[in-house]
Design a protein around this ligand. Structure first.
Ligand code: NAD
Ligand code: MG
Length: 389
């Protein structure tokens, strides 16, 4: 039995993970579940999966969680705050962590799991964007197993030879990182400043949390994934190419020296990469229907439009740096996306806030987590000041 902690279990990835786990009760046991503030959703999951611990990161909700867990009779113990998240991430009884908290708050619990040598199923790309080098060094130093849940990175991982986790020595020439182009791929550019949060969150192919949905609409998501791929596969930035593929059927590709291009394909449903990473190196049922190529009928490919998607350009610039520029960019983006979702700025101002923050905040080279978090905090302050102005 694999003992699993799901960080961010009430979110989109968290729920898909539990859906896969439910299909294989003889293989996987839930050790801990965590949520930010949705007590009722967390308790409901505890009643179904009976974990040892339930963690609410908003400490003001601990009493409520405790009372509701007791009343439910599920037997789970309540914990709170960052300490609670870290506790269930590095507990000795845990084998696997599903890192599915949204945003930079995922960094500390995920790093705690890495430093305890766990198997980490990574959805929280923000932690790798913020602290790529420190993260990957820790994976090596602590003999942790890192498996990608992000569909593109999971696809790349599947297209690499099994004995290699990185590109070196594998004859790999290029990673083709596919992107749907989101809801605004062909929307009139002049009208992008008028789009609403609901329009931005209406992704044509994927159903996801609101933050990543806005990132997909601005293509910052692809920028974050570009940086994620750079660190995860130890790739040169020139080895990674973004390819727009509107159908989201090919989840990414790997090109080899001999002219072969390998693609991983499937319906756009996160349960496929989740099941792949949970069972790796075996394969299990995920609940996803097999791909029907006759109904897909065609696959299209385009080059990305950097005028339309300035966030992608900003992220690809940050990807070239070994400094903390990507951490600054990520923090500013989290603030800007939140402001857009709360109608405080326009969609097109996300890129402006991010770019101006990147030019105002110093981004030294460091692998010190405390320092990276301090830079992240400074970038948030600067981004907020740009917004209120
Ligand atoms: P979501 O908003 O649906 O869920 C986020 C989860 O994190 C929830 O359980 C929430 O309670 C928790 N959370 C939010 N703020 C928190 C905080 N401050 N402290 C602790 N916990 C907090 O998000 P999602 O779409 O499931 O995405 C989660 C992560 O996975 C993101 O990093 C995203 O980029 C990545 N990802 C998501 C998808 C997808 O299809 N949804 C695909 C690839 C990668
Ligand atoms: Mg992705």
């Amino acid at each position: 039995m694999q003992q699993i902690t799901v960080l961010g279990s009430t979110g989109s990835i968290g729920c898909s993970t539990l859906d896969v786990i439910k299909r294989h009760e003889q293989r996987y046991q839930v050790f801990a579940l965590t949520a930010h503030s949705s007590v009722d959703a967390l308790v409901k999951q505890c009643v179904e999966f009976k974990p040892q611990y339930a963690v609410i990161s908003d400490g003001t909700r601990l009493d409520e969680l405790q009372a509701k867990l007791s009343a439910s009779g599920c037997g789970s113990q309540a914990l709170a705050g960052l300490d609670g998240l870290v506790f269930v991430s590095r507990h000795e009884d845990v084998d696997t962590i599903v890192s599915a908290i949204v945003g930079s708050v995922g960094l500390f619990p995920t790093m705690a799991a890495v430093k305890s040598g766990k198997k980490i199923l990574l959805a929280n790309k923000e932690s790798l964007v913020m602290a790529g080098k420190a993260f990957m060094d820790a994976v090596k130093d602590h003999n942790a197993t890192l498996l990608p849940l992000d569909s593109e990175h999971n696809a790349i991982f599947q297209c690499l030879p099994q004995s290699y986790q990185t590109l070196h020595g594998a004859g790999v020439e290029k990673i083709l990182l596919t992107a749907s182009g989101g809801p605004f791929r062909s929307y009139p550019v002049d009208e992008l400043k008028f789009v609403t949060p609901d329009q931005a969150c209406a992704h044509p192919n994927w159903s996801m949390g609101r933050k990543i949905s806005v990132d997909s609409a601005s293509m910052m998501n692809k920028g974050l994934e570009f940086i994620e791929a750079r660190w995860m596969f130890d790739a040169q930035v020139d080895q990674i190419q973004v390819v727009i593929h509107p159908q989201s059927v090919i989840h990414s590709m790997v090109q080899y020296a001999d002219g072969s291009t390998l693609a991983q394909m499937g319906n756009p449903d996160m349960r496929t990469p989740i099941a792949h990473a949970l069972a790796w190196p075996q394969r299990v049922q995920s609940g996803v229907k097999p791909l029907d190529l006759f109904s897909v009928a065609r696959l299209d490919f385009e080059e990305p439009d950097f005028e339309r998607f300035p966030c992608l350009r900003l992220a690809m610039t940050a990807a070239r740096e070994d400094s903390t520029l990507a951490a600054v960019m990520n923090a500013a983006n989290e603030i800007a996306v939140d402001a857009f979702l709360n109608n405080a700025i326009r969609f097109t101002e996300i890129a402006t806030v991010v770019e101006n923050t990147m030019s105002k905040v110093a981004s030294p080279v460091t692998t010190d987590l405390e320092e990276i978090v301090a830079i992240d905090s400074e970038a948030r302050v600067v981004a907020k000041s740009l917004i209120t102005r």
